[in-house]
Design a protein around this ligand. Structure first.
Ligand code: SF4
Length: 898
């Protein structure tokens, strides 16, 4: 670790963002700076990183970190904080029983943290009430795996994505959410791999794919059932495989008889061109090496388990599982969602792929040395916060997650937290929307300080290694949990000296009395500290020969009879359909360069430039009659709440549908939060919420004035003003954009708020005729703050002014034009950032295309854009081929005909 003075050798660790689990080679240099490169030896990425991974070095500063334990507003020592948490939980448990306590944890936790939290709650508190935010991402896939394979087992591996001849992306925008895997598949396309995208939106993954099925929202099960019926019609089912290895085939086939599964009927219900659907069904039937990827678009649904089951059914019926280049493949969102699923971080799993059957409970109790463990599954995330709201849960410990932003009906979650007698939050950041409700705040380690393991989407366990010393008094999550457990009287059972010991205990549990559980880390039992330190990436199950790339190669599954289960699933529409009052279907999801609730990527200005503010996408023919203009503010209302965001009018959106990103929070854009708009409609089996559909309506916002404010420190929300505002970090300052519908008094109030405490010379320019107000605060030759307001007329671009915050001293020439907001000699405008790695803007790329660059590679050669991580290549492709229409459509139609 760095002592802050000398560079150290590169450390091999793992990226903390998505479930690809890329290896990172990081070198710490003084002042917590890092140089970051992809780890060429890691099997997930062989040296490649996406824009988020590349920018990791910009996210490890101490700005905004929680560094001391706090009770209320007061810093306390660890002993006091631990005592307060332990006594609080003990009192609640003694007075109201174990089920009055709950832990809500996160896919950001390491496996060791998860193991410790699960052991404390299910083994020693004796309740099942621990759930993870993976409930919001992956719970439906987990349930579908358990139904079909007998346990939560992801059959495939990344090599299958290289080997497949057909990849079906079902609700999976891999180009943005799992960019490094997408690059692997792009490489496979050069040897003929076909891509079919099933998604209501023309996402970056759909741009340039071979076939895009922009189906009606929530019609996926109908489409996949239709595929199975079509496979039967074509005689493309592998009856020999079914007969040897699968149960439930006849019931599924019988279930299909009840509906018309002709291509015409399915296409009508899914709102698809029958010719396109026929092409998909034909390609699937003809291509033994098919991988069907499914992710949030499938899982985040009140019928998420049915979608997963329908996809798996098609693969079991064709025997396309356990073979090179052939499998259904659920891709996880978070870096260690899999670790949580393995250790038992989900309320409906006990531990290490054992559930609540009496023999499994008895086995885990024996292993943990307790009389009894939790008797039944605990409350899943949404139920848990409802129970807090209702007062049934009286103490909750939230670790490394931000439910006040990320859960559906997020405003109700805030009410719940405000009512809860004891809210403990462990986090590395000092201010999140959730921490505002914490009675006790516990400073946790962040990426670059943590020491442990994570498991990626292909079951590969990798080490996250520390690069820097823990700052302040921050501690590892497993250590905090162990300390609280000890203070509750369970010291012996949590007496670990380091993460290697925690891992060893977890490995022993996977192997304990294991007569058939595929999750088995047996050969890692007894791992020493040095071996743990040197642990190379390895895919479980681990045998004496090493890791296992692919499961079910022998056609045996983890069910009592060894056969996989096909499960009949019924097509249903959205849980709450659009109607006359709320005629749109609102879909939510991620943007390319941001991660979850911005607590980390919001620290990296380069990651904030691609999508700097909340937006709502709408089709031009829907926007036009509503007077909603591209780039203007629009209001989105649902039965649960409302938000205001920048309209993006684009034919990438289906007619009748809207899309909003899910990242923004109170700290960045309080009115742009999407999750308060989502109803708590849950999958009945998995408990996963339907984030991908809420009935909504849209209108123009029509502000009367706009403005922006640049300052070295972020501005707190101006109290008493009903403004639409958002903050975007820049290099050297923060950009705040404002819009209001009030009069001069409102603008005056904002002016007073932003100039409060200003210490220095104030430059002013007012124009009563246009309502323009401009101020700049200078101190010791530097620009400290700048406010620009316009009632009519335009505001200047922000980039030049923002860059002045980097000047050690403002030049005489620049000072003279500061309130003009533009340099005396115009500089080239590079436009919105497209390539985050090399900071190449849209106008630079457009100029290269105009100059003759006719392909993405030619643009990369001319500008560098798209030549590094490749996350922006689909966007560049769109620019090369023209924005107006789906560029590949005609080409694909011709291909289908062929
Ligand atoms: S694809 Fe990007 S975000 Fe995901 S693990 Fe790799 S570098 Fe990190």
């Amino acid at each position: 670790m760095s002592d802050g003075s000398a560079p150290l050798p590169a450390v091999r660790t793992t990226c903390p963002y998505c479930g690809v689990g890329c290896g990172v080679s990081a070198r710490a240099i003084p002042s917590r700076a890092l140089t970051i490169a992809g780890d060429e030896q890691h099997p997930a990425n062989t040296g490649r990183l996406c824009s988020k991974g590349t920018a990791l070095g910009a996210t490890v500063g101490l700005e905004g970190r929680l560094l001391e334990p706090m009770i209320g507003k007061h810093e306390v020592d660890w002993a006091t904080a631990i005592r307060r948490v332990a006594n609080g939980f003990s009192r609640v448990i003694a007075e109201h029983g174990p089920d009055a306590a709950a832990f809500y944890v996160s896919g950001q936790l390491l496996t060791e943290d998860y193991y410790a939290a699960n052991k404390l709650m299910k083994g020693y508190i004796g309740s099942g009430n621990i759930d993870t935010n993976s409930r919001l991402c992956m719970a439906s896939a987990v349930a579908a795996h358990k139904q079909a394979f007998g346990a939560d087992l992801a059959p495939g591996c990344y090599e299958d994505l290289d080997l497949a001849d057909l990849v079906v992306f079902s609700g999976h925008n891999a180009a943005w959410t799992h960019p490094v895997l997408f690059r692997r598949m792009e490489a496979a396309r050069t040897r003929g791999q076909r891509h079919v995208v099933i998604d209501p939106r023309r996402t970056a993954t759909a741009e340039g794919c071979d076939l895009h099925l922009a189906l009606a929202p929530q019609s996926d099960v109908r489409l996949w059932n239709g595929l199975l019926a079509d496979l039967l019609r074509r005689g493309a089912v592998d009856l020999a495989y079914v007969s040897a290895h699968v149960c439930g085939f006849d019931q599924v086939v019988l279930g299909l008889v009840e509906a018309d599964h002709s291509i015409a009927s399915v296409a009508a219900d899914c709102d698809l061109d029958p010719a396109d659907l026929e092409v998909f069904y034909r390609w699937f039937a003809e291509t033994p090496r098919t991988v069907s990827l499914f992710s949030m678009g499938a899982n985040q649904s009140a019928q998420g388990v049915a979608k997963g089951a329908a996809i798996i059914n098609a693969h079991l019926a064709t025997g396309r599982i356990g073979k090179p280049g052939a499998c259904p493949f659920s891709i996880t969102g978070q870096p260690n969602a899999m670790g949580g699923r393995e250790t038992g971080g989900m309320a409906n799993t006990l531990a290490a792929h054992m559930d609540f059957a009496p023999d499994e409970r008895a086995r885990v109790a024996r292993f943990w040395g307790v009389d009894r463990v939790a008797e039944k599954p605990g409350l899943k995330a949404i139920e848990m916060f409802e129970a807090i709201h209702a007062g049934r849960i009286k103490a909750v410990w939230i670790m490394a997650t931000n439910p006040a932003v990320s859960l559906p009906r997020a405003d109700r979650v805030r009410e719940a937290l405000a009512r809860c007698p004891l809210v403990v939050v462990s986090d590395c950041m000092a201010e999140t929307d959730t921490l505002a409700y914490a009675h006790v705040k516990l400073p946790a380690l962040s990426w670059g300080e943590k020491d442990g393991t994570v498991t990626n989407s292909e079951r590969c366990i990798s080490r996250q290694r520390p690069l820097m010393a823990p700052p302040g008094r921050a501690r590892a999550d497993w250590r905090i949990i162990a300390d609280v457990a000890a203070a509750m009287g369970h010291g012996e059972a949590f007496d670990w000296r380091g993460p290697a010991q925690v891992f060893d205990e977890y490995a022993r549990l996977t192997a304990y009395e294991n007569t058939g559980r595929i999750l088995n880390l047996g050969p890692l039992v007894g791992v020493t500290g040095d071996q743990y330190e040197a642990l190379e990436p390895v895919q479980w199950p681990i045998t004496a020969q090493g890791g296992t790339a692919r499961l079910f190669t022998d056609g045996r599954f983890q069910t009592p009879d060894g056969r996989a289960r096909m499960v009949p699933v019924e097509a249903r529409g959205p849980a709450e359909p659009a109607d006359g009052g709320f005629p749109f279907a609102l879909n939510t999801g991620r943007v390319r360069d941001h991660w979850h609730t911005l607590t980390r990527t919001g620290l990296a200005p380069d990651l904030c430039r691609h999508a700097p503010e909340p937006f709502v996408e709408v089709h031009p023919q829907d926007a036009d009659p509503l007077g909603v203009r591209d780039g203007a503010l629009a209001r989105v209302r649902t039965p649960y709440g409302e938000a205001v965001a920048i309209a993006r009018v684009t034919d990438r959106q289906r007619r009748g549908s809207l899309f909003m990103p899910m990242h923004w929070t109170d700290a960045f854009a309080p009115q742009g939060r999407s999750n308060p708009l989502i109803g708590a409609h849950l999958d009945p089996v998995s408990g996963q919420p339907e984030f991908k559909h809420a009935p909504a309506r849209l209108s123009a916002y029509r502000e009367t004035w706009r403005g922006f404010y640049l300052s070295r420190e972020p501005l707190k929300a101006p109290s008493g003003l009903e403004l639409i505002w958002r903050r975007t970090p820049q290099d050297g300052c923060h950009l705040h954009e404002f819009a209001g519908r009030g009069d001069e008094d409102e603008r005056e109030a904002l002016l007073r708020a932003v100039l409060r405490g200003a210490n220095g010379e104030i430059l002013s320019l007012d124009d009563a005729a246009t309502g323009a107000v401009r101020r700049a605060v200078m101190r010791e030759g530097r620009l400290e703050r700048a406010l620009f307001i316009a009632v009519s007329g335009r505001l200047p671009p922000r980039d030049w002014l923002a860059a002045r915050f980097l000047d050690a001293e403002i030049s005489v020439q620049d000072r003279a034009v500061l309130l003009a907001g533009r340099p005396a000699i115009p500089i080239a405008d590079v436009g919105p950032l497209v390539c985050a790695c090399l900071k190449v803007g849209a106008k630079t790329i457009a100029a290269a295309i105009k100059a003759g660059a006719e392909s993405v590679d030619a643009v990369a050669a001319a500008t560098g854009a798209g030549g590094n991580c490749g996350s922006c290549r689909p966007e560049i492709a769109r620019m090369v081929h023209g924005e107006a229409k789906d560029p590949g459509h005609a080409k694909r139609k011709a291909k289908h005909a062929a």
